[in-house]
Design a protein around this ligand. Structure first.
Ligand SMILES: Cc1ncc(COP(=O)(O)O)c(C=O)c1O
Length: 439
């Protein structure tokens, strides 16, 4: 039996619903629970508002940009953080007004900025001197006054997380370094150009179970705001401390609760601002902590194979009908997940055995290395992988020309509906152009 975290807040399917979903939509299948997702947002909003009333939560749509989820996040009271023109187009298609979105990106193209300006973007998070100059060149006199610019800062903190999702350290492609003076130069340049400098931002990393880096990132950007006020007479209106709160992928992950986390961040910012006369709107842009635990992926076991293994003596491979194209995180970051067989709620817990769940792709495609599963697991069983609501669907690809899975939504009344259908074979071929002389 898989041991659960102390408070297991993750959504999981019952056997009846899982069987029905697999029959209705096939596998692999992403499933998101509407009630769970809405509650996560409400819990975060309440936690943040309680700690700091002038607060704003932007849903980082990169975590899961399925249109229906973006719409729900907006309905629940979030603004939307978009990291590309594509994500901005999704938010607009979901009915979110442009001015309720903000645009990130470390190398924005002029067309992306023009699209954002034309669609009344709420604010642009500028990431480089080139971008500041580009904005200066393209804004109309009216937009120079109205378009809010937020500077992304690199506070120089090293979070405890996977190197590929660590972004707050000094050696990063993101933002303006505070310590080397770049951040001050960027602020001074915006003021000199009479751009509408609105505030400062940092995002130090993702899946952070230890919140120290975010606390110290918040403190450092607040201190920077005080410094800029003293030196340049500019009073910041907005500070954003990014996303990053971790979730429970396995029972070993013990993320800090949202209320405690918000209190910690707010305290760091407020004490750094004390006596400065700066009273900003405080923003956060969580993605993973809002969607991950609300989603599961259903796979069907198609092959089981026990082979000799140098490391283990014997290894049992459980071949499922998905793989790194629907969840690239194990291959990218060595991420671990909780895998459960879908069993009747009344069934006795069977003995478990470590097995390696592998995908269909042409590399080893080990999804979940040596994870405990029922010893009597068999071909045809359904398994559910918990906590896949973030960075799965939005990171999926067509590698090996597999169609990306559909996403089903469990509605508040317990019924289900598709919110994203599986790729069709027609659309997989739709982009292909064969030169006519190839015959
Ligand atoms: C700038 C920015 N903001 C917010 C997020 C969301 O982070 P998370 O999903 O860890 O909350 C990310 C994720 O990488 C990010 O890069």
């Amino acid at each position: 039996m898989i041991s659960a975290p102390i408070l297991d807040t993750r959504f999981r399917l019952t056997e009846t619903v899982a069987l029905d979903l697999a029959k209705s939509y096939g596998t692999p299948l992403y499933v998101v629970d509407e009630t769970h997702f809405r509650q996560r947002i409400q819990t975060y909003l309440t936690a943040f508002r309680t700690a700091y009333p002038r607060s704003e939560i932007s849903y980082a749509s990169k975590a899961n940009s399925t249109l229906a989820l973006v719409k729900m996040a907006y309905q629940e009271g979030c603004t939307i953080d978009v990291a590309s023109e594509g994500e901005f187009r999704v938010a607009l298609a979901a009915g979110v007004p442009g001015n309720k979105c903000h645009l990130h990106g470390n190398n924005k193209q002029i067309e992306e900025l023009q699209f954002a300006l034309a669609n009344d973007i709420g604010h642009i998070v500028a990431d480089s001197f080139e971008e500041i100059e580009m904005l200066n060149d393209i804004v109309t006199p009216e937009q120079r006054k109205s378009t809010k610019i937020v500077l992304r800062l690199a506070p120089g903190v090293d979070p405890v997380t996977h190197a590929k999702i660590s972004t707050g350290q000094a050696d990063t492609k993101f933002g303006f370094n505070i310590a080397d003076g770049s951040a001050e130069k960027a602020a001074a340049r915006c003021l000199e150009l009479a751009l509408n400098l609105y505030g400062f931002h940092c995002h130090v990393g993702s899946q952070l179970l230890d919140p120290e880096a975010q606390r110290s990132g918040g403190e450092l950007i607040a201190k920077f705001a005080v410094d800029i006020k003293e030196k340049h007479g500019y009073t910041v209106q907005y500070l954003n401390v990014g996303g990053g709160l971790g979730v429970a992928y396995t029972s070993g992950d013990q993320p800090m609760g949202m209320a405690e986390y918000c209190r910690l961040i707010v305290q760091a910012v407020v004490s750094a601002l004390e006596g400065s006369g700066i009273d900003p709107i405080l923003g956060q842009e969580p993605g993973r902590s809002l969607t991950a635990e609300s989603g599961v992926t259903l796979y069907r076991v198609g092959v089981m194979k026990t082979v000799p293994s140098k490391a283990l003596g014997q290894r049992t491979y459980v071949g499922v009908d998905g793989g790194l194209s629907d969840n690239p995180r194990p291959a990218l970051y060595g991420s671990k997940y909780t895998v459960e067989r879908v069993v009747p709620a009344t069934s006795a817990d069977s003995e478990t055995k470590n097995m390696t769940v592998s995908g269909k792709h042409c590399e080893t495609d080990k999804l979940f290395d040596e994870t405990p599963l029922p010893a009597d697991l068999k071909v045809g069983d359904l398994i559910q992988v918990l906590c896949t609501g973030a960075y799965n669907s939005s990171m999926a690809s067509n590698y090996n020309r597999y169609p990306r899975p559909a996403t089903a939504l469990i509605r508040k009344d317990g019924t289900h509906t598709l919110i994203q259908r599986r790729d069709s074979w027609e659309e997989m071929l739709a982009r292909e152009i064969v030169p006519t002389d190839l015959g």
